[in-house]
Design a protein around this ligand. Sequence first.
Ligand code: NAG
Ligand code: NAG
Ligand code: NAG
Ligand code: NAG
Ligand code: NAG
Ligand code: NAG
Ligand code: NAG
Ligand code: NAG
Ligand code: NAG
Ligand code: NAG
Length: 630
Amino acid sequence: MALLQLASRPGVGILLLCFAFFQAAQGISLQVQSDGGNASSPILYGFMFEDINHSGDGGIYGQLLQNNGLQGKNPDLTSWGSIGDATIAVDSNNPLTSAIPHSLRLDVSEGATGTVGVTNNGHWGIPVDGSSFQIYFWIKGDLNSNITARLVGNGTGTEYASTSIQISSNSNNFTYIDATFPTTIAPDGNVYFELDLDASEVAGSSLYFSLVQLFPETFKSRQNGLQPRLANALDAMNGSFLRFPGGNNLEGEDEGSRWKWNETVGPVEDRPGRQGTWGYYNTDGLGLAEYFYWCEDMGLDAVLGVWDGYALESGGNTPITGDALSPYIDEVLNELEYILGDSSTQYGAMRVAHGQKDPWPLKMVEIGNEDNLGGGCDTYGERFTAFYNEIHKTYPDLTIIASTAEPSCLPPNLPNGTWMDWHNYNTPDGLVGQFNMFDNKDRDVPYFIGEYAQNGVDWPVMKGSVGEAVFMIGLERNSDVVKMAAYAPLLQLTNSTQWKPNLIAFSQAPSHVVKTTSYYVQQMFSANRGATIKEVKSDSPFGPVYWVASTGNDAYYVKLANYGSTGQEVSISIPEKGNGKLTMIANDDPNAANTDSENPVSPVESDVTATQGNFTIKLPAWSVAVLVAN
Ligand SMILES: *[C@@H]1O[C@H](CO)[C@@H](O)[C@H](O)[C@H]1NC(C)=O
Ligand SMILES: *[C@@H]1O[C@H](CO)[C@@H](O)[C@H](O)[C@H]1NC(C)=O
Ligand SMILES: *[C@@H]1O[C@H](CO)[C@@H](O)[C@H](O)[C@H]1NC(C)=O
Ligand SMILES: *[C@@H]1O[C@H](CO)[C@@H](O)[C@H](O)[C@H]1NC(C)=O
Ligand SMILES: *[C@@H]1O[C@H](CO)[C@@H](O)[C@H](O)[C@H]1NC(C)=O
Ligand SMILES: *[C@@H]1O[C@H](CO)[C@@H](O)[C@H](O)[C@H]1NC(C)=O
Ligand SMILES: *[C@@H]1O[C@H](CO)[C@@H](O)[C@H](O)[C@H]1NC(C)=O
Ligand SMILES: *[C@@H]1O[C@H](CO)[C@@H](O)[C@H](O)[C@H]1NC(C)=O
Ligand SMILES: *[C@@H]1O[C@H](CO)[C@@H](O)[C@H](O)[C@H]1NC(C)=O
Ligand SMILES: CC(=O)N[C@H]1CO[C@H](CO)[C@@H](O)[C@@H]1O
């Protein structure tokens, strides 16, 4: 049996699965070829983001207070409290702006003494990381005195920050206050924020606080930027793209609650926020511009999802079709003008006024989200075509992505250059069974695997992460036609979760960022990419060991996954390369998982040297490894 394994070779994978037994019995020898090969997609690995599991508000968006703008139709006092001889209430008579119509009223008792003030305990706590913090807020009321901003351990009283801010405000208008202050790192997330003042200065009066914002030092010090501990974890993955703003969160429960770009831009006090799809209100402080700055700061290509007439079905909605689509198509054209137009255009000028002179380098637009689901399929062909035609007419260079790969939901002939988004939540065995699914695909229409992950578990487990690695090896072998792929969901606040498992979990303890086994697979694969996928010759079939090789930057990259409970020895010859670095994750227990209570799996790096032309790699049970030879 002497079979050649060619990346992208039709039908090879399934045939070879049958011979897995021989692979285990005889040891595996791989010969990476120097000649030929196919170009791989330079943007294969990246991120899918939507606000789910408080991944945005309470997560990667840097603003740390919950309910800070008392947004929504019927705001309550969630997260807020009062201190001393005073009470708090939601006030509707003192709007900051039309977008922020409510303020937090502090009513101080007649004759009050000591300290009065307000508290906010964040999103299940506040991560105080020891950086320089900033607060911004508006205050209305007659005050010529100092307010103290503090960060305090809930239950312990330990003070992690305290700063005195001079205020001179009046009862006619809101006065804007901002201050920067040092913090000391807190051991856990059980911390609240407090603004307090001398009761005798304000006894018998009311003060109004509006849109109180608290930020740590953000990722790359970006104004209105990202939480660094989560942004750093993503940045370390070396991704290539960011799909935003959803996901189901793009769609909304109905047409009125769809994500509207124009309500997420400009000063934050002009952003009303919206009822998100995942059970909580979104402030939209993380808005369209912030997504582009996120891309800029991590070197990512933007993949912009646009609303296409289809909201989630739970309200019994039917998709909008025909002429009734026109205003929504215009909405997208306006959004694209805001992103891509120069200052002579209406919306390009708006972007400039908002502080971004140059257009953003948008290249990819996805029309809708999962239009194959619910009641979206029947009308998607018509809706896709309507949006495609208008977008393509104005922006012929944009790559347009259909939100499904289901032929029955697509127009009979997809326009040239269109890509298709296909989502894949599956069991570990299911993912391994899909190893060769792209080998036989028609090469004409490229794929975006917009969401995928193991399912059915609370945390990614080793077996599932190896299964994902096998699936990804299949994608990489076919990365002439599979252009992009993203694990989903990306981020999870452990204290409020709607979907499991996720790639990265966190609570508000500043050091608590759980890098799951799947995180390490993504990182190892994404950080070690070659521009050309190379042929690998072997007498062994695929399974339980799977591999793919590539070259680039004068290095060879060999990715290996052992989807099995016994160790395997692999001998690899690589043209003209005798030294390398091996990065590996492994665990004997297929159910091993990095969780919020234990972290049994992390990558181990070692230097490896070839003996007479061959690298010998011992792959333990349930392992994923990357060999970089240079
Ligand atoms: C290159 O792509 C062709 C067409 O899909 C395929 O037949 C061939 O096996 C690929 N070669 C490599 C090295 O991936
Ligand atoms: C302290 O934590 C408890 C329990 O989570 C919460 O009810 C309370 O409001 C917190 N205190 C402050 C001042 O935020
Ligand atoms: C949030 O979840 C973490 C565990 O991930 C837990 O330690 C912490 O106490 C929780 N915080 C609150 C406020 O429930
Ligand atoms: C009031 O705050 C200012 C800084 O804004 C500070 O310089 C001053 O010392 C404070 N006054 C008191 C009495 O704390
Ligand atoms: C309130 O502020 C607005 C805008 O800054 C200004 O036009 C107006 O005169 C102010 N009103 C009072 C009573 O100070
Ligand atoms: C991956 O990202 C990190 C952090 O930004 C950077 O230091 C490193 O050079 C990157 N590696 C590659 C291979 O791009
Ligand atoms: C945003 O645009 C939509 C139409 O696309 C419009 O209905 C809505 O009023 C706009 N919002 C604001 C704040 O201008
Ligand atoms: C679409 O692409 C195919 C193959 O790349 C080409 O033969 C065909 O002429 C193209 N059609 C149009 C309308 O550009
Ligand atoms: C290296 O591997 C090749 C087969 O891939 C084999 O023919 C050769 O004997 C090996 N060299 C050594 C020193 O084991
Ligand atoms: C299971 C769970 O954590 N559900 C939470 C989802 O988010 C909403 C809104 O924040 C919470 O109220 C739920 O408790």
